[in-house]
Design a binder for this molecule. Structure first.
Ligand code: SF4
Length: 300
């Protein structure tokens, strides 16, 4: 099924209705806040009814199959269901920077990016705006929207919410941040992160499978897992990579990120107040090799 087929059959509209129903006692993400976002109440993510957008622009810094030669049409959503102490985008994710837009204006932004020849539309931190993004897509399709959709998320998501995206999202780009719930709670206030995240990523893989590229090396479908190496192995890199190899398959594409620096509240947080060392990153690369995970990207 493609999103065009879901649109034609009326299934997309049904899913939009179901997704908006969930906003009445919001249970879109694992926090299950239960607030009525239709009436303007806000939960942990601080998202209201209208989608708040921090930027919609052409981005060339994603993984090569996402950015390609012409860039990814990146739409940064404001707010987040995680509260990472080290978030490099905290003005957007935690301070709420951005502008509230109607879904129609959001659809227009998607179409404008398409007219700039980007390879895809890349929703960044989209989990808490799932209904609004589906609605924007529904408005954009009859106006000629046809690009692949990228769901670029924290991976702290519920399976039943992700199922509303089955056939809609072409490429999933989730984080796998932690292998230890206590660390996830301390650093990101994300209870039960490990199993919730693993269940979410497995659902993503069920929907779209492993990464597929076209003749130009551009992603058409599939999953790329991002893993940011934290100081002192707080990211549980070895355990996470081992889990991926055993449960998702060694052909899984992994983007092993080394750009950690102590942003936001990290300078005052024991354990994460420094960059990672070359040795820590080299060790993480060694674990990729140990588990036979050959697909993906490492950073110099
Ligand atoms: S999406 Fe926001 S309001 Fe809804 S459950 Fe998650 S954190 Fe709470």
């Amino acid at each position: 099924m493609t999103y065009q087929e879901l649109y034609q059959s009326g299934e997309l509209l049904q899913r939009i209705r179901e997704a908006f129903r969930r906003l009445k006692a919001c249970d879109l993400c694992p926090h299950d806040c239960g607030v009525n976002r239709i009436r303007g109440e806000r939960g942990i993510c601080n998202a209201g009814l209208l989608p708040r957008i921090a930027a919609a622009s052409v981005h060339t810094g994603e993984e090569p199959p996402i950015s390609g030669s012409k860039g990814s049409g990146t739409i940064f959503l404001s707010g987040c269901s995680l509260s990472c102490r080290f978030c490099q985008n905290f003005p957007i994710s935690q301070l709420g920077n951005g502008q509230d837009l109607s879904t129609r204006v959001l659809a227009e932004k998607m179409l404008r990016l398409q007219s700039q020849q980007v390879h895809n539309i890349n929703f960044v931190t989209p989990t808490h705006y799932l209904p609004q993004l589906l609605a924007a897509l529904w408005l954009a399709i009859p106006l000629g929207f046809k690009l692949p959709l990228v769901w670029n998320s924290s991976g702290y998501e519920k399976r039943d919410a992700l199922q509303l995206l089955d056939g809609v999202v072409n490429i999933y780009l989730p984080d796998m941040k932690y292998a230890d719930d206590e660390v996830a709670q301390q650093l990101s206030r994300a209870p039960g992160y490990r199993d919730i995240n693993r269940t979410a990523v497995a659902e993503m893989l069920r929907q779209v499978g492993h990464l597929q590229l076209d003749d130009h090396g551009l992603a058409t479908k599939g999953v790329i897992i991002r893993h940011l190496v934290l100081p002192g192995e707080l990211s549980g890199t070895r355990e996470t990579l081992g889990w991926i190899a055993s449960n998702l398959g060694r052909q899984t594409h992994i983007s092993l990120m080394r750009q950690y620096f102590p942003a936001h509240r990290a300078p005052d947080t024991p354990g994460i107040s420094r960059k990672i060392t070359n040795g820590e990153y080299d060790r993480a690369e060694g674990w990729l090799e140990e588990f036979g995970l050959e697909n993906g990207w490492v950073q110099d």
